[in-house]
Design a protein around this ligand. Structure first.
Ligand code: AGP
Length: 609
C-alpha cells in the first residue's frame, strides 16, 4: 500500500510534499522519493529506508518549485532499492510518475516498450506507465494519461508531471485510493486525507476512471474519454489521528475492513480471469512441484492458523501430504527432512524468531524452503530459497487480521498451482475454484455491506462471559482456532477452540446453561456431521452462535444467533467465515473498553525465541 502526494500551488512544494509523506508513514513503506519541477526541468530525489533518509537525501537547500510529486513505496514488484523507488522517469527524464497499486499486464507492456526502444531501469510494474505516457506526450500530459489508462490491467492510482507543462499535476485512479485536497490557491493529490489535512479540510473523493488535472487555482475532472465531470467537494471533520485510521475508530477495525483490498492485491497478477493460478514469480516450476513428496508448514500464532486452514486444501486438491507444526515445537522435535519435502515458513512480519529458526534448520538439512511473508526485505526472505509475498500493506493492529486472510489466499493459490502441476483435479474444477477465489474480495465487500448490527448485538449479550467454546470441523476447526485466538488476545476472555467431533471426549463438561458456543458451520461436506454436534451442545442448554452460509435454513433452527457469510466453495469459505469472528472479538473488546490496537502483554513482532 504505497502513499502518493501531488502538489500544485504558490508556495514552495518541497516541505509541503515531505510533510504529506510524513503523514502517510502509517501506510508503511521501504523507500520514498520526491520530484519537483524547477528551472525548466525536474529535480528528483529517491532514497531507500524511512522518510528521514529521503529528507536527508533531499537536503536543507530551499527549492522554489511550486509543483511536484512525492511517494512512499510498499514494494510488491521489485525489492526495496533506489532504482525501484518512485518517482519513475520516462526515457527523457522530463516526465515523472508515482503509482500505488498493481499493473497486472506489466510484463507484456514491458516487452512491447523495450522492442519499441524504451529503456526501463527498474524491476517495478509501475515504470511501464510513464513510458507509455511518453509515447503519447505529444497530445499533452492529461490527454496522454487518458490514452494510456485503457491499456492497463489491474488496480492503481497514479500521478504524473511533465517539465514542459510546469504548472500541472495529472492523476487518475482505478480501485486504489486517490483524493483531491482543495486549498486556498493550492491543490493536492493524496492516497489518503492525512497528507493534506494540515492545509485543508476540503476534499474531493474521485471515482474509478476519473482523470484530474490540478493547477494552483483549481482542478479539471474528466472521464477517460475526455468528457468533463462534475465532482462534489466534502468537508472532512476527522482529526489527524482519525484520518490516519481512515475514519475508523481503531487500526484493527480499519484493517478488518481493508481485507477486500488486501486480497485483491494479493491475488492480482496471480490468478487469470479464467481462474488459472500463476506463481511463476516464486521460481517453483511445475517440474519442482510435481517432484514434491511432502510439505511441512511451520509458523506461529495467527500465521500457524492460516497454514492449518490451507493444509486441508493442499491435501484435498493437490493430494500432497502436509504436516504442520508450531515453529517453537517443530525446531526441537528433530523432524526428518529430505530434498523432496518443501518447508513453508509463514510469518507476516518476516521476523518471528522461532519461525526463522525452523526455516534455517530445514534449509541446513537440505529441504527447499518457501517463505510466505508480508514484508519485503524482511529476514524471512533471506532464510528461504523461494519467497511468496502477501500484499496486505502494513498491519499496525497487534491482532493480525488482513495479513491472515491474505496468507490464506496466497496459500490457496499455491494449492491450486500444485493441483494444476500434478494433474490432481480436472482442469474444469480448478478453473471453477480459481474464478471463485477471484470473486472473494467482492464476497467480502458484500459481507461488510450487510452491516454489523447482529454481531454487535451478540457482543453486547456475551461481553462479560467467563468462557467461550468455539467448535468446527475440518477447515472450520482451523477457523475456530483463529477466532478463539482473536477473542483471547484482545478481550482476555478464556476461550477454547475444539474439533467438534472431539467435544464429547471431554470439553462438553465445560458447558452449562447459556454457555456461548460459537460454531463455524458453513456449507461443507462435514455440515451434516456438525449438526449432531450442535444437537449435543443444545442438549446442555448452551447458546449456539453459528457462522453459516447465507440461505442455509437448517442452521437457523439449530442456533440462537447466525452470522451469515456469502456462499462460496467450502475450500475458500475460511476467507469469509473468519471475518465475523474477528468482528465478534473486536466488538466484545470494544464494549469492555479495552485497547484493541495494543493489547496487554503482546507485541506485533516476536523476535525473541
Ligand atoms: C496474532 O494476532 C498475533 N499478533 C500473533 O499470534 C502473530 O500471529 C504471531 O506472533 C506470528 O507473527 P508473524 O506472522 O509475524 O510471524
Amino acid at each position: 500500500m504505497c502513499g502518493i502526494v501531488g502538489y500544485a500551488g504558490r508556495r514552495p512544494g518541497k516541505p509541503v510534499i515531505l510533510e504529506g509523506l510524513r503523514r502517510l508513514e502509517y501506510r508503511g513503506y521501504d523507500s520514498a522519493g520526491i520530484a519537483l519541477i524547477e528551472d525548466g526541468g525536474i529535480d528528483v530525489v529517491r532514497a531507500v529506508g524511512n522518510l528521514d533518509c529521503l529528507v536527508a537525501a533531499a537536503g536543507e537547500d530551499p527549492s522554489s518549485a511550486v509543483v511536484g510529486l512525492g511517494h512512499t513505496r510498499w514494494a510488491t514488484h521489485g525489492r526495496p532499492s533506489e532504482e525501484n523507488a518512485h518517482p519513475h522517469a520516462d526515457c527523457s527524464g522530463r516526465i515523472q510518475l508515482v503509482l500505488n497499486g498493481i499493473i497486472e499486464n506489466y510484463q507484456e507492456l514491458r516487452e512491447d516498450l523495450s522492442e519499441a526502444g524504451h529503456t526501463l531501469s527498474s524491476e517495478t510494474d509501475a515504470e511501464v506507465v510513464v513510458h507509455l505516457i511518453e509515447d503519447q506526450i505529444g497530445r499533452g500530459l492529461a490527454e496522454a494519461v487518458r490514452a494510456v489508462v485503457p491499456r492497463l490491467d489491474g488496480h492503481f492510482a497514479f500521478c504524473a508531471i511533465h517539465a514542459d507543462e510546469p504548472d500541472i499535476v495529472v492523476g487518475t485512479r482505478r480501485q486504489a485510493p486517490l483524493v483531491v485536497g482543495v486549498g486556498d490557491g493550492e491543490m493536492f493529490f493524496a492516497s489518503a486525507i492525512p497528507a493534506f489535512l494540515k492545509h485543508t479540510r476540503r476534499t474531493v473523493v474521485l471515482d474509478d476512471g476519473d482523470v484530474v488535472t490540478l493547477r494552483a487555482g483549481g482542478a479539471e475532472y474528466t472521464d477517460v474519454a475526455g468528457q468533463p465531470l462534475l465532482r462534489e467537494e466534502t468537508e472532512v471533520t476527522w482529526d489527524a489521528d482519525a484520518a490516519e485510521r481512515g475514519g475508523f475508530e481503531t487500526f484493527m477495525l480499519k484493517e478488518i475492513n481493508e481485507q477486500p483490498a488486501a486480497l485483491r492485491d494479493t491475488l492480482a497478477g496471480r490468478l487469470s480471469e479464467d481462474g488459472c493460478a500463476d506463481l511463476s514469480e516464486v521460481g517453483m516450476g511445475d517440474e519442482f512441484l510435481r517432484r514434491l513428496r511432502r510439505i511441512f508448514i511451520v509458523a506461529c500464532g495467527t500465521s500457524y492458523h492460516a497454514g492449518l486452514v490451507v493444509s486441508y486444501a493442499i491435501e484435498q486438491l493437490a493430494r500432497v501430504p502436509v504436516q504442520i507444526d508450531v515453529a517453537s515445537e517443530f525446531r526441537y522435535r528433530q523432524p526428518v527432512f529430505d530434498p523432496d519435502t518443501l518447508v513453508i515458513g509463514i510469518t507476516q512480519s518476516g521476523e518471528t524468531a522461532d519461525t526463522l529458526a525452523a526455516m534455517r534448520l530445514a534449509r541446513e538439512a537440505g529441504s527447499p524452503v518457501l517463505a510466505l511473508t508480508n514484508i519485503m526485505g524482511s529476514q524471512a526472505t533471506r532464510e528461504a530459497d523461494h519467497v511468496l509475498f502477501t500484499r496486505a500493506g502494513l498491519e499496525i493492529g497487534v491482532a493480525a487480521t488482513k495479513t491472515h486472510t491474505a496468507q490464506v489466499a496466497a496459500l490457496l493459490l499455491l494449492a491450486l498451482r500444485l493441483a494444476w502441476a500434478r494433474g490432481a483435479q480436472p482442469e474444469a474444477e480448478l478453473t471453477r475454484l480459481g474464478r471463485e477465489l477471484r470473486a472473494i474480495p467482492e464476497n467480502l465487500e458484500q459481507l461488510f455491506s450487510w452491516g454489523q448490527d447482529s454481531v454487535k448485538e451478540i457482543a453486547g449479550r456475551y461481553h462479560d462471559e467467563r468462557f467461550f467454546l468455539y467448535l468446527g470441523r475440518g477447515m472450520g476447526f482451523a477457523v475456530c482456532l483463529e477466532g478463539a485466538l482473536k477473542l483471547k488476545e484482545i478481550s482476555y476472555i478464556p476461550t477454547e477452540a475444539y474439533a467438534a467431533g472431539e467435544m464429547k471426549h471431554g470439553p462438553i463438561a465445560l458447558l452449562d446453561e447459556k454457555s456461548p458456543v460459537v460454531i463455524v458451520a458453513d456449507d461443507s461436506p462435514v455440515f451434516p456431521k456438525l449438526v449432531s454436534n450442535i444437537e449435543e451442545v443444545r442438549a446442555r442448554g448452551a447458546d449456539v452462535i453459528a457462522v453459516a452460509t447465507e440461505g442455509n435454513e437448517r442452521i437457523t433452527e439449530l442456533s440462537r444467533d447466525v452470522l451469515w457469510v456469502p456462499a462460496t466453495d467450502h475450500h475458500l469459505a475460511p476467507l469469509l467465515t473468519v471475518v465475523p469472528l474477528q468482528l465478534l472479538a473486536y466488538h466484545i473488546a470494544g464494549i469492555k473498553g479495552l485497547n484493541v490496537d495494543q493489547p496487554r502483554n503482546l507485541a506485533k513482532t516476536v523476535t525473541v525465541e
